[in-house]
Design a protein around this ligand. Structure first.
Ligand SMILES: [Zn+2]
Length: 388
């Protein structure tokens, strides 16, 4: 039977855990699902357990020697020196027991989502455990070991022969996915992120447009630090609409890092919950406009795991289901249950309070600069139209 939407989850997804102090914390998944359950927005039959990605699937993107290294590292059998050459055992991406299995499960979750959507069993699917966009062919980077989105896109190409539009709204540049398909005109990548001037990974310049046959299929909108909702949304909406109209995808894969929020401790943007309402809304619309609804959403960054991520990620599911019950107050039971564990005061409403932060002094200048960046990023599309 065709389901409207499915939510990939199992407790084992929480095994992707570097250490107690590490900012990447998958308890976010539990907080999100618990919030959705508390408001009766999700039923048991909509929750699907992820499968493990096979070695063959991982190797659609990853170097077989890297997969071997990750396996060894997870068993404590990899020397420090070799680990380092694979980006493993660094401060960002420490080695942990069972890291291969935990990482392969996150990839398998995204592949499960793909099979539901591409196999016609669901219109939309979300795997919040995925979104590890910094993983490279032979190297771990920025909290990411295997790149579930890259593997999934390659898997979609090989198994279903479909053209994928990848939309990355994480505050960090979606570098791993971009470079994996940089020369491929059948995959279009779009990343909107905080400029790499002061933020990891430093790439995502507007001039990174693809290479060879893939030239013109990679889009980047690096926005200024302290960018606020209006400017961010204008950049996102304009770009996504024009890119989707240009590329006409068969399926959309969205990476939903929730770290562009003002409260996020690792980045310097000034967005509020408003963008997390609008991001999935437009993705949803575009999916129905071009792809007969085919939309796969994954998670990503998000380091205020208490105040930001559960609300932001719940809104993806609420949008998929067109459930209107995400306004006003958050359920008291949810707040009560998790406040005991949270080191900060949990929010009480779905939306952020007005005046959450002091006015940004350079607002006008930032807005103007971002608009120019968008025009620059979309130049090849607009120029092509003019010359037609
Ligand atoms: Zn991020």
């Amino acid at each position: 039977m065709m389901q409207d939407s499915i939510f990939i989850f199992s407790e084992e997804q929480l095994n992707y855990k570097f250490n107690q102090e590490h900012p990447f914390n998958q308890i976010r998944l539990k907080l999100t699902l618990d919030l959705l359950k508390e408001i009766n927005a999700i039923s048991t039959k909509e929750i699907v357990a992820p499968r493990l990605a096979t070695d063959e699937e991982l190797e659609l993107i990853h170097d077989p020697n890297y997969v071997i290294a990750v396996k060894k590292a997870g068993k404590g059998e990899l020397s420090e020196e070799i680990a380092e050459s694979y980006g493993l055992g660094t401060e960002d991406t420490p080695i942990f027991s069972g890291m291969h299995e935990a990482s392969a499960l996150l990839v398998g979750g995204t592949l499960t989502a793909v099979d539901y959507v591409m196999g016609g069993k669901a219109k939309h699917a979300v795997n919040l455990g995925g979104g590890l966009h910094h993983g490279f062919r032979g190297k771990a980077s920025g909290f990411c070991i295997y790149n579930d989105s890259s593997v999934a896109i390659k898997y979609i190409q090989e198994k279903y022969g479909a053209r994928v539009l990848y939309i990355d709204t994480d505050a960090h540049h979606g570098d791993g996915v971009q470079w994996a398909f940089y020369e491929d005109p059948n995959v279009c990548t779009f990343s909107i992120h905080e400029t790499g001037r002061y933020l990891f990974p430093g790439t995502g310049n507007v001039n990174e447009r693809g290479q060879g046959k893939g030239y013109g299929y990679s889009f980047n909108v690096p926005v200024d630090a302290f960018t606020e909702d209006d400017s961010w949304l204008d950049a996102y909406t304009t770009s996504v609409r024009e890119i989707a109209d240009f590329f006409k995808p068969d399926v959309i894969l969205t990476q939903n890092g929730a770290d562009a929020h003002y409260l996020d401790p690792l980045t310097h943007l000034s967005a509020t919950m408003r963008i997390y309402r609008e991001i999935p809304k437009l993705a949803h619309e575009i999916a129905h406009q071009y792809c007969d609804g085919k939309w796969i959403a994954v998670g990503g960054g998000g380091y205020d795991i208490w105040r930001v991520v559960p609300r932001a990620w719940s809104l993806i599911w609420m949008e998929m289901k067109k459930n209107p019950n995400s306004n006003g107050e958050l359920p008291k039971e949810w707040i009560k249950r998790w406040q005991e564990e949270a080191p900060v005061s949990l929010p009480t409403e779905w939306d952020d309070p007005k005046g959450m932060y002091r006015p940004i002094p350079r607002k006008e200048e930032i807005t103007e600069k971002n608009a120019q960046t968008v025009a620059n990023a979309l130049y090849p599309i607009r120029n092509r139209k003019r010359s037609q």
